[in-house]
Design a protein around this ligand. Structure first.
Ligand code: CA
Length: 137
């Protein structure tokens, strides 16, 4: 079964763009539009990787991160943050809370892929390496 990636992003255009590129790489992708929805999705099925926007309505990305990293059974899911360039403080906070990497918005598909595939330790590694090779060459 292909790796399952949860994309948490409240801007539909960006969520669709990220989902499109990952689906094309044959990952299974689900999207969540806010932090509460994201946590519910993680409860239903454990993702192999989470792409997490930090600026979300209701429950923020930082709170999602804190919640996931605070729960031993979920703490090792790789998380790539999506941040706008001006949100440097959030990025620093996210990394200090245990996010694995970040991708700055606006981003190119190539930089997005590099940012995610490097850190997907829980996934089939040859699949990720192939994806990384295609995107990061
Ligand atoms: Ca957002």
């Amino acid at each position: 079964m292909s790796a399952y990636i949860l994309v948490v992003e409240d801007e539909p255009d960006i969520a669709a763009l990220v989902a499109y590129h990952l689906t094309r790489e044959s990952y299974r992708v689900r999207t969540a539009g806010d932090g509460a929805e994201a946590l519910a999705a993680v409860e239903r099925e454990r993702p192999d990787l989470i792409v997490l926007d930090l600026m979300l309505p209701r429950v923020s990305g930082i709170d999602v991160l804190r919640e996931l990293r605070g729960r031993p059974e979920l703490a090792d899911i790789p998380i790539v943050m999506l941040t706008a360039r001006k949100e440097e403080q959030d990025r620093i906070e996210g990394l200090s809370l245990g996010a694995d990497d970040y991708v700055s918005k606006p981003f190119s598909p190539a930089s997005w892929c590099c940012g995610s595939v490097r850190y997907c330790g829980g996934c089939d590694s040859s699949r990720w390496r192939r994806a990384a090779g295609r995107c990061c060459a």
